[in-house]
Design a protein around this ligand. Sequence first.
Ligand SMILES: NC(=O)c1ccc[n+]([C@@H]2O[C@H](COP(=O)([O-])OP(=O)(O)OC[C@H]3O[C@@H](n4cnc5c(N)ncnc54)[C@H](O)[C@@H]3O)[C@@H](O)[C@H]2O)c1
Length: 261
Amino acid sequence: MERQLAGRHVLVTGAAGGIGAELCRTLAGRGAKVCGLDRDRASLARLARAQPGIATLAADLGRAQELAKRLAAQAKKDGPFDGLVSNAALFKDAGTLAKTTPAIWKEEIDGNLAGAFNVVHALLPAMRRRKNGALVFIASVNARVFLGHPAYSAAKAALLAFARAAAVEGGRHGVRSNVILPGTVATPAWRGRLRKDPKLFAKLRKWYPLGRIVEPAEVAKAACFLLSDDASAVSGACLDVDCGLMAGVKPLAAELTQEEF
Ligand SMILES: NC(=O)c1ccc[n+]([C@@H]2O[C@H](COP(=O)([O-])OP(=O)(O)OC[C@H]3O[C@@H](n4cnc5c(N)ncnc54)[C@H](O)[C@@H]3O)[C@@H](O)[C@H]2O)c1
């Protein structure tokens, strides 16, 4: 496993976030040369101090032209990218349609979808030329069923269609494209909601067949698989990393069967 990604140069977006930092650590631990991109300079600097072996790039995925230039310069310096984990996301407080304003809708759609497009747009031509590329998109179980946050969910659902387009068009150019759909993962993105209810994660456990939420490292290990040759025939796939959440509604099944399990 340690050398699963040896010789791969992988860009991780949203690298300074909870899952992003773990992606950087796990990928590097498996032999990848990692470049972590984020727009949050302070958190990126903390990441660089904590993981001195990785390269960091402060850039905003929303600024397509500047992003493309910065990535081209990075590739010139450290070599072309073989892999991408498109992990950055934007999450606002509006949990319902009733609270979603046009401004929130646009911000969340752009932040979660346009950013992923912009980075793929910048990296794909070189991957196609080199006939070598693995794209991994971090979506969410919110792409499959409504769990609140309509704009975020719509953007995550659209990522699935985008990833399929990249899989179908990229195939004969040696480019694979897959999606990971995590369930709840304890990261700083939950800080605000945990302030309102410190017992939130404990309450969520009953919905998860495995009786717990997901660890950042479990998302990272799934990404390693999809980036690696172990997944050489896997393209266009959607992999739920959700402690069983999408398998069924456990409390409802218990009520319907009137049995404990
Ligand atoms: N935490 C969860 O429960 C959970 C569940 C399902 C899916 N996910 C997905 O996992 C991924 C990581 O989530 P997380 O919880 O680690 O989030 P996080 O908020 O901790 O990290 C997201 C990072 O993305 C960066 N970012 C946002 N917009 C950017 C932009 N335009 N340019 C550059 N960087 C930008 C932020 O600065 C931040 O560091 C996201 O795609 C998220 O939707 C998370």
